[in-house]
Write a protein that binds this ligand. Structure first.
Ligand SMILES: [Zn+2]
Length: 349
């Protein structure tokens, strides 16, 4: 299977590939769940990307949720470790991360920086993967993702997790609602060398400014069908803004708006950190394409699962045992289930 589907990557990074078998697709359906449950335990920090890997236990889904700052976007965690003291470089942490992330990293104990980094199962005490524990996590995650339980979850969270948009957009929207995006105001509060000004118009940069008031942003969303969502902004409270949109607009418009918000932020970062500037029409078009491509892939995946032919079970020859494999499809999540079962039927004869 490795030779056919993931010769040059680990199974956690593998892609579905050309003409995947049913078993391979079933196994890959567990990939996202496994990736979400694994965390890097830091040793020397050589293998772990600061902004690209899951390694901060106190951060949402283990990721650093502030934009790359002070170090290259692909910098490794070893850059944050003082080679002399073998402890976190507190000056660098303060320069590269917002206050919340700085504290989250600082609370991670550094054990032995001469050892390799390893991946552990986050929810078990000793870091080992145990099927029983993984199943419990999976059930909790499914409930959370689909808003079935979680008694204190506000409707806004349930709606976010139900959106048929790429997971990175859902994650972005969650940060938007929490007002935790590293805007000029947020970063400059912890780093005096950082400007609190918008990179496009030199006004004070808050989330409400970037996505609602900034003339650069307005040129992107004004011609869009989602402009009605942008116009619902009142004041600086992004959660209230999101709640107003969720309550009053249709789901497909909400999904388009979410992706356009994500793209505005993405292009703002590309301009700020790389000096790159797309024109407004390209940004709106790219956002629409991202959503259309994602939803088409989801639909194809669902159809593939539905079209898998059912075989009629037949009894094995006398003296032999037949092992059946099985996987299911969850209509709410529109993906196949994350496990296989192996019942052994008793056959007469
Ligand atoms: Zn601006």
């Amino acid at each position: 299977m490795r030779a056919k589907y993931h010769k040059h990557t680990t199974v956690l990074e593998a892609e579905v590939g050309y003409r995947p078998s049913f078993i391979w697709r079933s196994l890959l359906s567990a990939q996202d769940f496994l990736n979400r449950g694994l965390r890097w335990r830091i040793g020397n920090g050589d293998s772990v990307s600061i902004w690209g890997d899951r390694w901060v236990p106190a951060a949402p889904e283990g990721f650093i949720v502030s934009a790359p700052c002070g170090l290259p976007a692909d910098a490794k965690v070893r850059e944050l470790i003082n080679p002399d003291t073998r402890q976190w470089d507190t000056t660098l942490l303060a320069a590269c991360l917002d206050k919340e992330m700085e504290e989250a990293v600082h609370s991670i104990p550094l054990r032995d920086t001469t050892e390799q980094d390893i991946q552990i199962w986050a929810s078990s005490r000793n870091g080992e993967f145990v099927v029983k524990d993984a199943y419990r996590c999976w059930v909790e995650q499914e409930n959370k993702d689909h808003g079935r339980t979680v008694p204190d979850a506000a409707p806004v969270w349930k709606k976010i997790w139900k959106l048929n948009v790429p997971p990175k957009v859902r994650h972005f929207l969650w940060r938007f609602a929490k007002d935790s995006l590293p805007t000029g105001v947020k970063v400059s509060a912890h780093n005096p060398r950082w400007s609190d000004r918008c990179p496009f118009c030199d006004q004070v940069e808050t989330q409400a400014h970037t996505f609602g008031d900034c003339e650069w942003g307005r040129r992107i969303w004004r011609p869009s069908p989602t402009s009605v969502c942008f116009e619902k902004k009142v004041g600086e409270d992004c959660l209230a803004w999101l709640e107003a949109v969720i309550d009053e607009v249709e789901l497909n418009l909400l999904e388009s708006w979410s992706v356009l918000l994500y793209y505005i932020w993405k292009e703002r970062n590309a301009h700020l950190f790389n000096g790159f500037k797309m024109n407004e029409l390209e940004i709106a078009t790219s956002a629409a394409k991202l959503l259309a491509d994602y939803q088409l892939r989801q639909e194809k995946e669902l159809n593939l699962q539905m079209e898998t032919p059912r075989k009629v079970w037949t009894a094995p020859p006398t003296g032999r045992i037949k092992i059946n494999s099985d996987a299911g499809i969850l209509p709410e999540s529109r993906c196949c289930s994350k496990g296989l079962s192996w019942p052994i039927p008793l056959c007469s004869g």
